[in-house]
Design a protein around this ligand. Structure first.
Ligand code: GLU
Ligand code: MG
Length: 637
């Protein structure tokens, strides 16, 4: 979730009083960075992945799996033995929202050579092993996007009762505050989002209607007026930030050669977000029920929705400044490159003063409106010790707003006084069960950036269509059942010139024929006469590159997984989990996931992840090969 500031957190009322201060200085900090590095060129292509993990404990007697609330201690030990002892340590560990979560990245970013694609999986395996070696007996590090019984009675170890009382961080009926990371940033975020909003967050996920699911499906909360009002029939009701930010994902960050290349990549990858999200779907279960969605996105979005009733358009504007159409966690609202400008068809709320100030400072309209849009938000946390900063050398206030705008893509200016370049982060993917799958998705996306840059591809479509794709992508089995807007001719845009996009500016409105509805199979694998397919494009790129045999073999295995998930020959994790539960002897076709079913599922997930159980319907036969070739350098297995 970003870097931590240490210290004493302020209440929402106090933070709010400093909101203008934070914004004003955040902009000054951004401008210092911008002016210092806007012309920086020839940074080399670098990239890195982030994997989020959950700590799971198995009680084999009671047949119960629980989330272990020891992320903070585990993190401390990992950092102590790792990065603090050796600056070249191959892994880096960071905290995450849940006290049962942890995030791992490679110790150094990857570079531009092809052979590095062959080290990704090894590094992920190292991370898994390193953290697993510190766990207690019968505990496992799991890469699951959402824990099926999150928020059910006794889902944590040790067990805690939720305490929906005044003064608590979440006030949740289901999610105890003890399950939130103990660093004050996380509980403060939770509390301040709730206070700013003026009520608890509301998450309603449609329930999957199975043969014996009650019709209508209604949960009653006689003791809790807020829940009784907020919960909807035929939906699974949730009421805490933890139900969203307590989920795990897989992210990739790229360093571009220049700011304009970063802006170009940001736009191009934004169109890919819904496609890859649907392909990575891995979260069908919430609060012990089978849902009708396959992805976490909308759940997290609702879980951090700090907008007031006025901002949400439920009441006339009186105390709030703007109507705001989306949560802080949502899809991007504007393209950043000149080529993207004519596809910017979403109403953009922006801070007008900041926008004017940025224009006066020499920023172009697109970048100015992007930043002025991020800055319509209030800071959610502020630490007493961190109010007055040196704007020329620090960027905490900028980062405060930036890092709590959780969008599909993130455009990242370099930190002050560093040799890091302009970066973009790709954020929509769900985390997969195995290091093999996670490597496959990461390598697929990184390769895609290579062909986008080498062939100057153009995926842009009106941004409102990307938003429609995002909605569709979360539906159950979207990968096979839904159609997505996609650009038909990705090579002939004529506007895919990285620096300047000269030709694009004067062109007419986008023609409706530029894009069409396609299946993910068509987008990924191509269809004669309709669309070339992303994998065929990647393959022709690979043929033009010098790649050693071993690396090529790994890449082919990765692309085969993506290809088969797109065609339906292999299942997504979400589909596989659904089938596992559907076939479970205890399942009563009533959409309920019991402790025992949760236990069997997680045990199976762990066995698949550690290689003790094969799962060809999910991974295909390629898995075996990839695992063996990967384990060569893994001397200790
Ligand atoms: N866990 C969040 C997700 O699933 C992301 C948190 C972060 O930005 O690191 O999207
Ligand atoms: Mg994270």
């Amino acid at each position: 979730m970003g870097l931590l500031s240490q210290g004493s957190p302020l209440s929402w009322e106090e933070t709010k009083r400093h909101a203008d201060h934070v914004r004003r200085h955040g902009i000054l900090q951004f401008l210092h960075i911008y002016h210092a590095v806007k012309d920086r060129h020839k940074d080399v292509l670098k990239w890195g992945d982030e994997v989020e993990y959950m700590l799971v404990s198995f009680d084999h007697e009671k047949k119960k799996a629980q989330l272990v609330l020891s992320g903070e201690e585990l993190l401390e030990t990992l950092q102590e033995k790792g990065e603090r002892t050796n600056p070249n340590h191959p892994t880096l560990w960071r905290p995450e929202y849940g006290s049962y979560m942890i995030e791992g990245t490679p110790g150094q970013p990857y570079g531009g050579t092809m052979s590095e694609f062959n080290t990704v999986e090894d590094n992920m395996r190292k991370r898994r092993k390193e953290a697993t070696s510190l766990l207690g007996e019968n505990q496992a590090l799991c890469t699951i996007t959402s824990f099926p019984r999150l928020g059910c009675p006794g889902f944590t170890l040790p067990e805690f009762q939720p305490s929906p009382v005044e003064g608590g961080a979440s006030k949740s009926l289901f999610f105890p505050d003890e399950a939130i990371n103990k660093h004050p940033r996380f509980s403060t975020l939770t509390r301040n989002i709730r206070h700013r909003r003026g009520e608890k967050v509301v998450i309603n996920v449609p329930i999957f209607k199975d043969k014996n699911t009650p019709v209508p499906f209604i949960e009653t909360f006689p003791e809790d007026e807020e829940a009784a009002k907020a919960s909807k029939p035929d939906h699974i009701y949730m009421d805490a930030m933890g139900f969203g930010m307590g989920n795990c994902c897989l992210q990739v960050t790229f360093q571009a050669c220049s700011i304009s290349e970063a802006r170009y990549l940001y736009d191009q990858l934004a169109t890919i977000c819904p496609i890859v999200m649907a392909l990575s779907a891995a979260s069908p279960f919430y609060r012990g029920y089978v849902s009708d969605i396959d992805c976490r996105w909308g759940v997290i979005s609702a879980s951090v929705d700090d907008r007031t009733r006025e901002e949400r358009g439920l009441e006339p504007l009186k105390n709030s400044h703007y109507r705001i159409s989306k949560s802080r966690y949502d899809s991007i609202d504007s393209y950043l490159s000149e080529c993207g400008e004519k596809y910017n068809d979403i109403d953009l709320t922006k801070d007008k003063e900041i926008y004017e100030q940025l224009l006066q400072e020499g920023l172009d309209h697109l970048l100015a409106q992007h930043v002025a849009h991020l800055f319509i938000r209030d800071p959610l946390t502020l630490f007493e010790e961190k109010i007055h900063l040196d704007d020329a050398n620090e960027s905490d206030h900028f980062e405060n707003i930036q890092s709590t705008n959780w969008q599909t893509m993130r455009f990242k200016p370099p930190p002050p006084n560093s040799d890091i370049g302009w970066r973009v982060e790709f954020r929509p993917m769900e985390v997969q069960l195995t290091d093999f799958e996670n490597s496959a998705y990461v390598v697929f996306v990184v390769l895609l950036t290579r062909v986008i840059l080498s062939y100057k591809l153009d995926f842009l479509i009106p941004l409102s269509k990307v938003d429609e794709n995002m909605k569709v992508a979360q539906k159950r089995d979207a990968v096979l059942q839904e159609l997505f807007y996609f650009r038909k001719d990705i090579c002939k845009g004529g506007n895919a010139v990285v620096d300047g996009c000269g030709k694009a500016a004067g062109r007419a409105e986008p023609a409706a024929e530029e894009y069409a509805l396609m299946s993910i199979d068509t987008i990924i694998n191509g269809k004669e006469g309709v669309f070339p397919g992303l994998i065929p494009v990647l393959n022709s790129y690979l043929e033009s590159m010098e790649v050693d045999v071993d690396t090529r073999c790994s890449i082919l295995n990765y692309l085969r997984l993506i290809k088969k998930r797109a065609s339906g020959e292999l299942m997504t994790v979400a589909k596989w989990m659904r089938e596992f539960i559907a076939k479970h002897p205890d399942y009563k076709q009533d959409s309920v996931i019991t402790d025992q079913m949760n236990y069997s599922l997680l045990l199976k997930c762990d066995q698949i992840a550690n290689g003790s159980c094969e799962c060809p319907e999910l991974l295909g036969p390629a898995f075996r090969k990839a695992r063996h070739s990967g384990s060569k350098s893994d001397s200790s297995t």
